[in-house]
Design a protein around this ligand. Structure first.
Ligand SMILES: *[C@@H]1O[C@H](CO)[C@@H](O)[C@H](O)[C@H]1NC(C)=O
Ligand SMILES: *[C@@H]1O[C@H](CO)[C@@H](O)[C@H](O)[C@H]1NC(C)=O
Ligand SMILES: *[C@@H]1O[C@H](CO)[C@@H](O)[C@H](O)[C@H]1NC(C)=O
Ligand SMILES: *[C@@H]1O[C@H](CO)[C@@H](O)[C@H](O)[C@H]1NC(C)=O
Length: 441
């Protein structure tokens, strides 16, 4: 990967800048939305979380896979990108500076089209699920239209004329769900969708992710500081526990430029408890991020289940099995390592009646996972612990995946570098599928 990055940079005249100028992204119209909302579906075959935005002139719906830690929005521009409002970002422009672009395509050997203009800067569109490395993709801007909300219902459609994104190659769509045309990067970068929307609409630099556990009902992403009201009228923004977000100084993307920091959201997990007892494992230093950017704990919407470094995984599985020793085990079903006969397990409002799992974060704050988030029903009578083995020396030791995030509302506060989490909404007798998408007008 690093060698690829070197040769990619050789083709380009490096554009390095210190000062960041924020381009004006929105022409302010008379209507000032308080927040925006996107619907999020769970794809049954890939377990990816998908959303649809409208982009271009005339507007076209574009289906995207959500990449919580992704640098920015990227779409496939190779096929059928037709828009009268597309604008390439010229090398040295404020847009390229905002994106901290490190490369410039001086000449594109084709007729001009989105993704192929002369003198245009590049960023790296990244799909960690594709088996291919990404080259650079040209940075451009176009109109995006989105649904506003007061936090309780959707309001009118609003648009921003200049949302920055990059053009990826067709092959980068490998591994993405059917019909998907790119990825919605919500990462901690100035060109991440949340930062751009916050500056375009003058929102607080906050967004909230609420993933539905069902493939038949949609969850939501809110841009803005709240309220986030789920039926029957509960404002989840008032129910959050906070922990700090950590910066990993080394990129954790599949493809990136040397020196880029990670745009993933890392939290500081200090220990893991099962039924209140600390799980001991050999190398607690795996929970820290080392100088090469290895280790630590991040949150990912691209992993369907939480992935643990092997020694942590084994310790967690063993501790959980010990706590649940009264329940007969059944043959494990891949990718899981510990499965139980569910006919012997009771159920509660927050899922299967199993020992709770806590991630102990900095300052002793705990993020608790109950049966609905820890267990996966794999057959009529088998329930498995929904954690998977990440192997030895993975890039990141703990990757908190989709199943563990569902029906939890997570608020990412970019300005204050903190994460707010609700824990299971099932306790509040609501779910992430309970935003009232019925319009009031
Ligand atoms: C780039 O510039 C070259 C030389 O001026 C020109 O031949 C070519 O058509 C241009 N390409 C694009 C994509 O604008
Ligand atoms: C912990 O480390 C010791 C010594 O290196 C090793 O023998 C043991 O298998 C390790 N335990 C686990 C759970 O990895
Ligand atoms: C689970 O337990 C029930 C009741 O004892 C039994 O009939 C069933 O065969 C068990 N299932 C498995 C997969 O072992
Ligand atoms: C959803 O919102 C609409 C519009 O405000 C309202 O008429 C409807 O009663 C709401 N649904 C529920 C279940 O409260």
């Amino acid at each position: 990967m690093p060698s690829f990055l070197h040769c990619f940079i050789l083709f380009c005249s490096a554009v390095l800048t210190q000062s960041i100028i924020t381009p004006s992204l929105a022409k302010t119209s008379s209507f000032k939305p308080k927040a925006l909302v996107l619907q999020v579906a769970k794809d049954a075959s890939t377990l990816q979380y998908l959303t649809t935005i409208k982009q271009r002139t005339p507007l076209v719906p574009i289906k995207l896979t959500i990449a919580l830690g992704g640098l920015s929005l990227w779409v496939d521009c190779e096929k059928g990108y037709i828009s009268s409002t597309y604008k390439p970002a010229h090398c040295g422009s404020s847009q390229c500076k905002l994106a901290e672009s490190k490369s410039c395509t001086t000449e594109c050997f084709s007729s001009p089209k989105p993704g192929c203009y002369n003198n245009t800067c590049d960023i790296v569109p990244d799909n960690p699920l594709a088996a291919v490395l990404s080259g650079g993709g040209q940075l451009g801007q176009d109109v995006v239209s989105l649904l506003s909300t007061d936090g309780s219902n959707p309001g009118r459609v609003v648009s921003t004329p200049n949302l920055l994104f990059s053009c990826g190659h067709r092959s980068l769509l490998n591994g993405l769900a059917n019909g998907v045309k790119g990825m919605a990067g919500l990462g901690r970068s100035k060109v991440g969708i949340p930062s751009q929307i916050a500056s375009a609409f003058r929102f607080q630099r906050k967004f909230a992710l609420c993933l539905s556990s069902s493939t038949r009902s949609n969850g939501a992403i809110f841009f803005g500081g709240g309220p986030y009201v789920l039926l029957p009228g509960i404002d989840i923004s008032k129910l959050l526990t906070f922990t700090k977000l950590i910066l990993n100084p080394v990129s954790t993307a599949g493809s990136y430029f040397m020196g880029d920091p990670s745009t993933d959201y890392f939290v500081e997990v200090k220990s893991i408890k099962i039924n209140g007892k600390v799980v001991s494992f050999n190398s607690t230093s795996l929970l820290n991020i080392d100088t090469e950017g290895y280790g630590g704990t991040k949150i990912s919407t691209l992993k369907p289940y939480t992935v643990l470094e092997t020694s942590i995984y084994k310790a967690v599985i063993n501790a959980f099995v010990k706590q649940l020793s009264r329940i007969p085990r059944v043959k494990p079903v891949a990718p899981f390592g510990a499965c139980f006969n569910s006919t012997s397990i009771g159920s509660t409002r927050v899922g299967a009646a199993v020992p709770h799992i806590d991630l102990v974060l900095s300052k002793g704050v705990q993020w608790r996972f109950y049966g609905a988030n820890s267990m996966v029903q794999v057959s009529k009578d088998a329930l498995c612990l929904g954690f998977v083995d990440g192997g030895v020396r993975p890039r990141t030791s703990v990757v908190i995946g989709g199943h563990q995030l569902e029906d939890n509302l997570l608020q990412f506060d970019l300005a204050n570098k903190r994460l707010g989490f609700s824990s299971s909404l099932l306790f509040r007798q609501t779910t992430c599928a309970n935003f009232n998408f019925t319009s009031t007008s």
